[in-house]
Design a protein around this ligand. Structure first.
Ligand SMILES: Nc1ncnc2c1ncn2[C@@H]1O[C@H](COP(=O)(O)OP(=O)(O)OP(=O)(O)O)[C@@H](O)[C@H]1O
Length: 239
């Protein structure tokens, strides 16, 4: 049983519009996988299926070995998500935002403060625990969301273009933190338009017109071209 994210033959159509067509991949624990795709490739549809906002009529999703169709609660309990749009309460402190999420997920109150301290420390956010989110810069807000996504101890982390709108140094910080989480054993799926966020040692999935065009280690896939040139040559479009 894989501890990562297993997807097999996943398809989804909006009426006559086939958004995903037979998508399969198998991501391992401890790996950072970048999902690249141009506009309309099907990334948002895939994210919606992985988070069960949509349900596919066919195909299989297993999160840390739990089948999304047969045991959605157990599968989603192993998934941490950072959506593209921020979902923090600006007038609560960092700690209060995390505590509220913990209550929603019915995490045990016993040991919760220590758990919050641990996830904030993992994101270098411990000293900001009592600050209101409104007072934080964009990078620290994103790190708060990342810390929150780890509270229930997921094995798979899904991030949907998590660096949109951040300045270069905050972006680099988030990219580095999430690579660290993968190095510590997390299975990470990171959707992005930004090829400079992908390291040669990362896994790469390229989604194009609803299908997986290529998968493999990013450095091997791009060869001696830059990843953005490789992408343009393969798809005739920029990411
Ligand atoms: N609610 C919807 N109704 C009809 N068609 C849709 C709907 N949502 C998406 N589509 C279509 O499904 C296909 C995949 O869209 P999707 O939003 O998943 O792609 P994407 O890779 O996330 O694109 P973007 O980067 O622009 O968000 C596109 O052809 C899109 O027009």
């Amino acid at each position: 049983m894989t501890e990562g994210l297993f997807v097999q033959d996943l398809s989804f159509a909006y009426g006559p519009n086939q958004a995903l067509d037979g998508v399969s991949f198998d991501l391992q624990k401890g790996r950072f996988c970048a999902l690249l795709g141009p506009n309309g490739a099907g990334k948002s549809t895939l994210v919606s299926l992985l988070t069960r906002l949509l349900v596919s009529p066919s195909g299989t999703i297993r999160i840390a070995g739990h089948d999304m169709r047969q045991a959605p609660g157990r599968a989603l309990a192993k998934l941490g998500v950072v959506f593209q749009q921020p979902t923090l309460d600006m007038d609560l402190s960092v700690r209060q935002n995390l505590a509220y999420f913990a209550a929603l997920h019915r995490l045990p109150r016993k040991g919760l403060n220590a758990r919050i301290d641990t996830v904030l420390a993992r994101l270098d956010m411990a000293e900001r625990a009592h600050e209101k989110v409104r007072a934080l810069n964009g990078g620290h807000r994103r790190r708060t969301e990342l810390a929150r996504s780890l509270l229930h101890d997921p094995q798979v982390l899904l991030l949907d273009e998590p660096t949109v709108g951040l300045d270069a140094s905050s972006r680099a910080g988030i990219v580095a933190h999430v690579h660290d989480l993968a190095a510590q054993g997390m299975c990470v799926l990171w959707t992005t338009h930004l090829t400079d966020e992908v390291r040669d040692t990362d896994d790469l999935l390229v989604l194009h017109k609803g299908q997986i065009l290529t998968s493999g280690q990013a450095g091997g896939v791009r060869g001696d071209q830059s990843l953005s040139d490789w992408f343009l040559n393969q798809t005739g479009t920029t990411v």
